[in-house]
Structures are given as C-alpha cells and as structure tokens.
Design a protein around this ligand. Structure first.
Ligand SMILES: O=C(O)C(=O)C[C@]1(C(=O)O)C=C[C@@H](O)C=C1
Length: 276
C-alpha cells in the first residue's frame, strides 16, 4: 500500500486535504503523520511515496518555508487541492480577559490577526499544527485558549468558544500533492508550476521569461520570488501558468526559457476549482 505524508496529529487541515485527495484516487493509501510541514516534505521519497503540503493561503499568501524546500529538494507537483479554512477559539476561561496564554499554529496566526489583536492579556504561543495547538491547550492547567479548526472540537465541552475568528469569511488554503517520482501528467492537466533559478542574472532576465509566455498567449496564474540567500538583489522565481507542459505551444515556451535559464519544472496537474 502506498504511503502518504501529511502534517499531524490527525485532524489538521492538511489531514482533511489528504482525505479529499485519497477519496478521489483508485489506489489505497496509508496516511503517515509528521509534526512539522518541513518534516512532512522531507519524508516524501523516503518513508512515504507522496505528501500533501499547504502552499498558499488566500489572505496570507505563500508559505515561504515550503517554497524554499521546493527550491532545494528534488520533488514534483502532481495535484492540488483547495480547502475552506474556518477557525474557532476555544478556552477553559470564562471571559477573554482571563485568558493567560493562547496556542496558535504559525500560519493560522496570520489568518486570525484581528481577533488576536483584541486579546490584551494573553501570551501567544505558536505551534507547528492546529491540532498541536488543541492538544497543548487541553494539557494546560492555567486559563488558556487555542485557535483550532472549526471541526475539531465539541462546543459544549468548553465554557468559552468564539466561532469564525479568521479575518476573512472566505478564507481558503491551497495544498500541493508532492511526489519524488515524476509522473506523466494526466490528460486533464491544465496548470503547470516551475521555478526559474537565478543562475544567470542580467538586465531583462525576468522580462525575457515573461515575454516567452505572453507572446504565446499563455496565462500566468502566479509569480513569486524567493531570495537566493547568497546576496541581496538575487531571486528565484516561482511561476504557475495555465497549460500542460506537453502542449506544443507550452513546450516551445519552456524550450525558449530554458536556453538562457536554469528551469526546474515542478509538474503539470489539474487546476483545483477556487471556492468563491
Ligand atoms: O495545522 C494545520 O491544520 C495545517 O494543516 C497547516 C495549515 C498551514 O500551515 O497552512 C493549513 C491550513 C491553514 O492555512 C492553517 C494551517
């Protein structure tokens, strides 16, 4: 049976995305849980065949540490999933002003800023996953709280619950399905991801790359830079675009870009439907 790596403990949003992915596959999978996002990613191709990793939140943008891992690791993107994200705050205190400490996952923190700003007395403790936040809160013996997935608790178990504490009602996170082994793109693959590695910085570097897409009428869906960490002013570019790398027009664009740049093709896959 194939093994699939995801962020644990069970009940994280990553686990929910994993459930959606596995339900749509003909293969059966055994889910393996890891305590951190980077730890999950690093098990892909080792103890696990594939992994499900959050890559982008609707309001917070891309998760930098995932982008950085994709630059250095040799991994392929084979699918994506978009999930609605709703958070609640649960507490063993009776009023917000009594809360002394609050557990929140480091990406979730940025999605609940307005609510967290309103808590003046609580020390904020960041965690690696939303279910770690839940478990550490349950173990605490002082007035505490946690920001947790809205599906992860029973309201009647806690004296204080605030629902939908996420800043944006329509909050969503995009997850990537990652594989060590490259797979032939499915026939319905209509989106491609790549990284242009900054090995050949020169005037017009980015402009030339963009021109290769625009003159062929290829629509970019995102472009994001990450520093090379070698010197200021040098960046790698992550580009997502509509189209399959095997489509002759796309293949032609990739060939042109590859002549003067070091391109890391991450893969072509079926674009997930946005939940708007
Ligand atoms: O902790 C979880 O529940 C996760 O699956 C991680 C994660 C993330 O890091 O983006 C997933 C979705 C939300 O954006 C918040 C947390």
């Amino acid at each position: 049976m194939k093994k699939i790596a995801t962020l644990g403990p069970p009940g994280t949003f990553s686990d929910m995305a994993t459930g959606i992915y596995t339900a749509a596959q003909s293969d059966t999978f055994q889910v393996e849980y890891f305590p951190t996002i980077v730890g999950t990613l690093s098990e892909v191709g080792k103890s696990c065949d594939i992994g499900i990793i959050p890559i982008e939140n609707f309001s917070e943008g891309f998760i930098a540490l995932v982008l950085d891992e994709l630059i250095s690791a040799d991994l392929n993107v084979i699918d994506e999933i978009i999930l609605p994200i709703k958070f609640s705050m649960i507490s063993n205190a009776h009023s917000l002003s009594d809360i002394q400490q609050l557990y929140v996952q480091f990406v979730a923190r940025g999605q609940c800023c307005e609510f967290l700003e309103s808590l003046h007395n609580a020390k904020i403790i960041t965690t690696d996953s939303n279910i770690e936040s839940l478990n550490r809160f349950k173990d605490s013996d002082i007035p505490s709280a946690a920001i947790v997935p809205s599906t992860s608790y029973r309201k009647s178990d806690f004296p204080l619950v605030c629902e939908e504490v996420n800043d944006y009602k329509n909050n969503q996170t995009r997850f990537l399905v990652i594989s060590k082994v490259s797979q032939p793109a499915t026939v319905d693959a209509d989106k491609t991801s790549l990284i242009v590695l900054d090995d050949n910085d020169h005037p017009g570097y980015l402009g030339e790359v963009l021109l290769s897409f625009s003159k062929r009428n290829i629509n970019l869906t995102s472009i994001i830079s990450r520093p090379t960490r070698k010197t200021f002013g040098k960046y790698h570019f992550f580009i997502d675009f509509d189209g399959n790398a095997e489509d002759p027009v796309v293949a032609d664009a990739l060939k042109e870009i590859g002549k003067t740049n070091n391109v890391k093709l991450l893969g072509s896959y079926k674009k997930a439907k946005s939940l708007n």
